[in-house]
Design a protein around this ligand. Structure first.
Ligand code: HPA
Ligand code: ZN
Length: 324
């Protein structure tokens, strides 16, 4: 089964580029940029990755991003991830980036996006991997900061397919960003949002109705409402599920308890994704294998995850034509 999974063409729809920063590259960039980090070795960094919830992860994750300074750093980060995509037969990837994590440290928006998009263009030419870019607002920051970030993104509209919403879900519901998402949609961006990861099923409904999303990121807490599950199945609203992330952040006790296979069997458009692979112990193939090890799955079902991801992707979306 492992070989079948490895060879299966995959599409990744939920991947934070800052979450692909492997400890070795973190050390290399810290040295290059003369930044001190509170760890003695890459191994010590890995040992510190013991999380008990989303917030305990986010605290370490934002700290890790401090080593990213130059356009070349963002290129190197993205290129390393794309090489991993090649190994895992990921043929298309839609990547989140968090500009506020960087602009709040004085790094220019242009530095971030130029480095990332240079790697994406090179991947298209040299690795035959296609991609889209999704700009996320940090939901623990205020609406005004999100509006300022949207403003900064406008000159790069042709390089960003959608806006998203990430960071701490609890205490920061979708309604906080209803107006900025409306402005983003009016500017021609598609929208997605993290919802129903740690937050309640209501956040999924609010993401759909208040933010106009085309996909829900995570969404696993939909099962708390049978009506919502039925609605998601009927509408084929995609859920970008991240199995290893959910275990690391204690959304489920273990992979056998994970509901992704139940959701697949109920007819939802569920997909498998790696979220922050450098922090959660695995890229795309690892996530597929972890699910298949804990649940009896046929090849047809494994392939269905990829078919769902193609259906859910923004590949050649007609909306793209309006993004210039
Ligand atoms: N949830 C919320 N915010 C995030 C995540 C996540 O899984 N990964 C990176 N930022
Ligand atoms: Zn995420």
């Amino acid at each position: 089964m492992k070989n079948f999974i490895k060879g299966l063409p995959k599409v990744e729809l939920h991947l934070h580029i800052e979450g692909t920063l492997e400890p070795e590259l973190m050390f290399e960039l810290a040295k290059r940029n003369k930044i001190s980090i509170p760890f003695s070795s890459p191994q010590a960094v890995r040992e510190a990755y013991q999380f008990h919830n989303l917030q305990s992860f986010l605290d370490i994750y934002y700290q890790g991003a401090n080593v990213l300074i130059t356009e070349q750093d963002f290129f190197d980060l993205t290129w390393a991830y794309l090489l991993r995509c090649k190994q895992d037969n990921v043929v298309h990837t839609e990547i989140f980036f968090d500009p506020q994590t960087h602009t709040d440290r004085g790094i220019a928006f242009k530095t971030v996006i130029d480095g990332i998009t240079r790697a994406l263009r090179q991947a298209k030419e040299q690795l035959d991997i296609s991609s889209q870019l999704i700009m996320c607002f940090l939901r623990h920051l205020d609406e005004e900061a999100a509006f300022a970030t949207l403003q900064q993104a406008l000159p790069y509209k042709d390089q960003i397919i959608a806006v998203g919403l990430d960071s701490s879900e609890q205490g920061h519901p979708p309604e906080k960003f209803a107006r900025v998402f409306e402005a983003a949609r009016n500017a021609g961006f598609l929208t997605v949002a993290h919802a129903g990861e740690e937050g309640p099923a209501q956040n999924i409904l609010d993401a759909i109705y208040l933010l106009g999303v085309s996909r829900i990121d995570h969404g696993v807490r939909c099962v708390e409402s049978t009506e919502l599950v039925q609605q998601l199945a009927e509408s084929r609203m995609p859920l970008t599920v991240c199995p290893l992330s959910n275990i690391k952040l204690k959304v489920f006790e273990d992979m056998a308890q994970h509901n992704i296979v139940d959701l697949l069997e109920t007819g939802l458009c569920v997909t498998i994704n790696s979220d922050d692979p450098a922090y959660f112990g695995g890229y795309m193939t690892d996530n597929f294998v972890a699910v298949a090890d804990a649940h009896p799955l046929t090849r047809q079902q494994l392939a269905q995850f990829s078919l769902n991801a193609i259906e859910a992707s923004f590949i050649e979306h007609p909306q793209k034509a309006t993004l210039s």
